[in-house]
Design a protein. Sequence first.
Length: 407
Amino acid sequence: MKTMKLQLSALVLAACIALPISASSQSKVELDNYLREKIAFEKLTRVDSLMKSGKMVDARQVLLEVTKLDPNSYSNESHALLAETCYFLGNFQEAVKEYDIAIKYGGKDWRLFWNAALCNMHLNNYKNALVKANQALKSNIPEDAKPQIQRFVKEMSEKAAENPGNFAPANIHRSDYFDLLLAGRELNVWDNEKLPLKVYVKEGTDLAGRPLNLYRKEYPALIYSCLDIWSKASGGKLSFLPVNDANSADMLIAFSQTPQDVTQVKGEIPVEQGITRFHLSKDDSPAPSPFRRILKAQVELLLVKPTSLKALTVDEMKQISLHELGHALGIRGHSDSASDIMYFNQSFRQLPALTKRDKATIARLYSDYPGLEASGVLGFNLAPLGQNQEDRDSAKYKPDIGRQSGF
């Protein structure tokens, strides 16, 4: 305690020596403010370079230092940038907090509200997502951005109605989301007698016969690789056989460069990256079951991002393929965790791979099926795919980033 008192006394004495009169005190405050602004500006310049290079972790560390200089002229921008780094790192809870602080410091940009809405969506806080999206619509928003946000408002309204509480936390501590889907009757199955499922991959043209200049010859291998991943996750209960005749196929996989081809609701702005259509049995025959039987499935995958029309990277294509093929194999609904491949929206928490929860869900769905002597993709050599290191900024709903991060 004595040491603390001496330190405090020394600080007071130093302050008295440094600030003998009020005029000098005012000058020092102005100098301190100037220095804070200068340091903040220099650090933000560094942050801009880090974020453009994709070094989000490093950028976040620098931004945490910048926010310690609050308040200053850059407080709004620094907290908005910190929120962006958190978003891209999958830390949506911290991102929400930082977007709110940026707004508190006078942020009026519609993108702050829109990005905050996306974070709340990933946290399953649909009511807050709805509030923020509506605030974005009331801001000075470009006309071309309105349809996407209006579509988002519609979907969040539906989600909020399904979850009447203020918050619908994801059951991330559960080993799977099977029970969630079962309760909503969002599970289908293929009959064991149909195995191996015959798979046809349409190459080079879309379903309407239009040529696909963005189609890549390695896409069939990517599709079969994804099917093999799902087969292993099922515990070897699923098998597939590539065929050359579309009419004989159980599963038809096609590609498109036209966003309207995969839109669930015709006439609405396209935000989907793919769509899976089913032919289902009319009853639960041949035996009573909580699942509908799948007779045929058609998967259509978009080769471009629906809003920017930018071509997808290999990783993005694999992520979308895993998701849509999960639907085709019977997971008709969606996970409630943003990390799972079967989450209803693409998320920066996702990797182009199945999570333990994805694997456990498909395993439970086919748990009573007999193990197969030969599972996976039969008669097809699964060669490794070349990887593309381009940015992975594709999402059904993606954040709108301002000048700060260069996205």
